[in-house]
Design a protein around this ligand. Sequence first.
Ligand code: KET
Length: 398
Amino acid sequence: MFEHVDAYPGDPILTLNENFQKDPRSRKVNLSIGIYFDADGQIPVMHAVRDAEAALKIGAKPYLPMVGMDAYRDGVQSLVFGADHPARAAGRIATVQTLGGSGALKVGADFIRRYFPNAQVWLSDPSWENHRFIFERAGFTVNTYPYYDAATGGLKFDVMLASIDALPKGSVVLLHACCHNPTGVDLDEAQWQKLIDVLETRELLPFVDMAYQGFGAGLDSDAFAVREIARRGLPAFIANSFSKNFSLYGERVGGLSVVCEDADAAARVLGQLASAVRSNYSSPPLHGAQIVAAVLSSPALRRQWEEELASMCRRIARMRQTIHDGLRDHVQGEALTRYVKQRGMFTYTGLTEPQVAALRDEHGVYVLRSGRMCVAGLNDSNVGIVADAIAAVLKSGV
Ligand code: KET
């Protein structure tokens, strides 16, 4: 019956993370998956989350509505767009609760495929590996636009812009709102404005993935592109996730917001998103949404959460500086400064596949095959091991 089912080669991120767990070496270091670990190498339970969870009354567990919990959806909108955003006031945004950022991408992809069946999708080169898997599985042809400049460790903005300027009308352009995964290289505000001009004049459909809000320049600045696109009246899909900024990975808390031309369109879009949810998994889970809604709606918990998130960012910045300093004698120029220049959880190290394999096999240091390092996995106990391991691998000439 199943002879034609081929073996799954595994996922470049999740399978590597699972292999790390099975590695018996005690000095191993996990810099593979995009998870924030604290100074002790643990996934933190944020105090705001703990307090919100403790205050939850254990009660009945009804189904949530297909679109999710109202207070949660309102929390998503006010965090992503800002509480007073004009698109929100106009009722132009259709928001559903989703199974993390991944679920938002999938529900959005299915919706676009249904209503815009001829559109193709363009991803940055490179992008989060799962973007391609999600959009291809939803039936799209997936292409790439130039993005990362390996020579400078920065952005090829002009080439990127020219390439997007040549896309057919109605193309779906996947953008990272902030803390680009895997490169850590973002657009600045002036570049976003130019890109939004092109999206508008070419009538393209931006699909913005915001999985790291708060890990770049701050909760509001990180949402600049999203808010500007919505303010200027472009239609847009926004996937957001609370996996990282609430440290709620396994609760699967995310949101999909579709910015529409008016409230009437938003109501119809919301209905079809509900239908997409119903025919997939019926309705989203309760627990994580209760926690996020409680934190975002309580001024005291929200303040506490923002402070904790800011301190997580400070720790990442300190680790960026520490690994930079540790590599100073072994890595030169741009290949070194990128450790402090690139933003968010990741640095695109430029290490080659054989170097990555040597790091893992000989030193127990796990980074992705692409050379992406999760700097949020560094701490005072392992950063020296990692710097020494990279130095040894570079010296060995593999
Ligand atoms: N978008 C991006 C850009 C992203 O990096 C992730 C997760 C997600 C969406 C998914 O978020 P979630 O809410 O968990 O569904 N990235 C990390 C984990 C993973 O690959 O699933 C990572 O890149 O390591």
